[in-house]
Design a protein around this ligand. Sequence first.
Ligand SMILES: Cc1cc2nc3c(=O)[nH]c(=O)nc-3n(C[C@H](O)[C@H](O)[C@H](O)COP(=O)(O)OP(=O)(O)OC[C@H]3O[C@@H](n4cnc5c(N)ncnc54)[C@H](O)[C@@H]3O)c2cc1C
Length: 511
Amino acid sequence: MAVYHEAARDIPVYAECDILVVGAGAAGQAAALAAARAGAKNIILLERYGYMGGDATGGYVVMLPNLSWRNKSFVRGIQEEWFTRSAKEFPGSVLAPSLDEIGSTDPALLHRWRAIHDCVSRGTFGGCKESMLVRAPYFDPQYMRIVFDEMIYEERDRIQLLYHSWGVTPIVENKVIKGVIFESKEGRKAILAKQVIDATGDGDIYCQSGAEFQTLADAVCRSSTTSLVYRIGGINWDNYYEWQLAHPDVVPAFKEGLMKVAGFRILPLPTNDNTVCWMNNWHTNRDCSNVKDLTDTEVNTRLTIDKVIQYMREAVPVAFRNAYLYDIAPQAGVRCSRRLQGEYIMHTDDFAFAKKHDDVIAWHSTICQINDCGPVEIPLGAITAKGCENLLAPGRHLSADNIAIDWLNLIPQCTGTGQAAGVAAAVAVLDGTDIHHVNVKKVQDILAGEQDVPLPRNEHTDKSYTDLVEEFEYGLYTDAAKKAKAEGEEYVKGFRQDTNYKTGENESLKN
Ligand SMILES: Cc1cc2nc3c(=O)[nH]c(=O)nc-3n(C[C@H](O)[C@H](O)[C@H](O)COP(=O)(O)OP(=O)(O)OC[C@H]3O[C@@H](n4cnc5c(N)ncnc54)[C@H](O)[C@@H]3O)c2cc1C
């Protein structure tokens, strides 16, 4: 490749702060907010677009799976606050079984929620035969952007929000990060910081900082797919659900047809509105840190939208007769590109053996079916950079191996690790330590205490949480978990029933 030598030059220092968060997606928004609430005073939140939320509000990823397991909500804190605030301020903007209903096996309730994907546990995997209600919220992405602005604006004395600002290069001296250079309409400027949180999702900052990282996961993983979500209006989701029940023999052909028309895997999913669905899609083996892959994803999707809608109108008129293009997400859907190789790398045995971590900062129910979607411990080490001091990396680019990344880069885990990163950075700044020597117990106490994040072995978390996981053996009654125990950890390598546990290969992503 030809090279051009860019001359060195002096640039203005825009600001000096205690904590700089780069990227205001689920992880970054939570990080800035949690840091402010933990007492940090001088925080800057930098975002390249003009709204917060990233994939969630800009990529129209409008549902979160498995905030609860059995009758307990494990993913709480800022994540739960999204929905309580949005539902209160904007009635109808959130659709989900309520916190009171989770774990219910009441047939009438199950019947009511069954049409809404993932609100009823699948209940057929491994040893768990019961279906139960699950807190899996669907939300309106436009209202959620307003909620995010409000949450940050409430902390405006502590958080300076800078939209339309792109973090481009870390400032690193002697393996310690000192700030970030950013670009905007004002040109190229520097922000100096004591702690930096890279929440760009693609490790834009850590990949240039000397921190260890890996690149795109295996092509067979869900994480190695890009998308451009769009929404279709004028539909009747209930009718679509009933049609699927009445025509089980035709449904596979309908879904196959969708894929043929589009040229990539694509599926309608419900939203908070019965007359609108979102079209989730998976362009395989595309890296969302590669501009050509991103461009192809945008163009390939848009060029097929009209054909897909026409096909749906004709194939299932009872649901889609009046379907029309409602809107296209303003940004491409990005699942994963770079992954941190941090102080700890999350692995399948974290799920298959319910591994315990002294530095646990999130205890999340997830989509992993090995442990029946039960809670897994995520340690601070999984978001702490190795090779560069004072740099945290929560969100979809956290430290996980090829397979575990598919269970950990969902919105709840991004928000949860973001919240923890914010608290850890705040404690480090207030105590005057570097991040590797942060007082972990203090971080855990703030999270589990005033910030409403359940953590294992912490006195602020109700004992009933531990009782539940012990009673149900950490969800490790599944066939996959039993096999893992019998055959050793190498066996367990899958994330769905259509995944080859030996190779990680996923049948439904082949096209
Ligand atoms: C199509 C699709 C379907 C999915 N389905 C689900 C689902 O059903 N449920 C679920 O929970 N999860 C789902 N996911 C995963 C989930 O949406 C994401 O992993 C999660 O939202 C990522 O959050 P994040 O904050 O880590 O990253 P992002 O949402 O990517 O946020 C990163 C933020 O940083 C900003 N940014 C990036 N680079 C820079 C920079 N250099 N300078 C300044 N700002 C920058 C971005 O604009 C963005 O706001 C899906 C993802 C996709 C794409």
